[in-house]
Design a protein around this ligand. Structure first.
Ligand code: 5GP
Length: 192
């Protein structure tokens, strides 16, 4: 009998909206195809080009509330007027199978996960400045002005919480931030 089964590691990337979490996650997955990614559930409507089951599971509030109220979410939060949550089962299955899994979530969710998985490895991603964060949110052109304002309002208290996490990485240059995260998480950089 295996007394101490090999378990995967839980990686959590958090930080304010627009800081570049999504881009970093894409790059990490390209370089480390074995790394599983948790697909979140959200009540936010899909943006153009977003794919169901790939970017998110897009659901209505009643479905989300049913998942939440039956303990099928590892964490959840209301963010800029919509619900977001991490389905519990895929995360637990990946870890039990010895597969590492990555969660890309906002601050409230990251705090909840830290309570249930204190052994997880948490990175808080920071922008070089609040002005730069605002510029990135506008330049990506994904959100309405109202949504951008909600995200910016939320960003200030989020940034103030960066020190709650063991590791902070400033995303000034993508390649450097990526290398920092790979080092923190002990991911071997891909061979050229
Ligand atoms: P967006 O609407 O831009 O896709 O996401 C808004 C924010 O919600 C981002 O900061 C993103 O990281 C976060 N988020 C995405 N999925 C989850 C989730 O499952 N749980 C929580 N707590 N936040 C999430």
């Amino acid at each position: 009998m295996q007394v101490n089964p090999v378990r995967g590691r839980l990686f959590v990337l958090t930080g304010p909206s627009g800081v570049g979490k999504g881009t970093l996650v894409q790059q990490l997955r390209q370089s480390h195809p074995d790394l599983a990614l948790s697909i979140s559930m959200t009540t936010r409507p899909p943006r153009p080009g977003e794919v169901e089951g790939q970017d998110y599971f897009f659901v209505g509030r009643p479905v989300f509330e049913q998942y939440r109220d039956t303990d099928q979410l590892l964490e959840w939060a209301e963010y800029a007027g919509n619900y977001y949550g991490t389905p519990r089962q895929p995360v637990e299955q990946a870890l039990a199978a010895g597969r590492s899994i990555l969660l890309e979530i906002e601050l409230e969710g990251a705090r909840q996960v830290r309570k249930t998985f204190p052994q997880g490895c948490f990175v808080f991603l920071l922008p070089p400045s609040v002005e730069e964060l605002e510029r990135r949110l506008r330049d990506r052109g994904k959100d309405s002005e109202a949504a951008i304002q909600k995200r910016l309002t939320r960003a200030r208290p989020e940034l103030a919480a960066a020190g709650e996490f063991d590791f902070q990485v400033v995303n000034a240059e993508l390649a450097i931030a990526l290398a920092d995260i790979e080092q923190i998480w002990g991911l071997q950089p891909p061979t050229p």
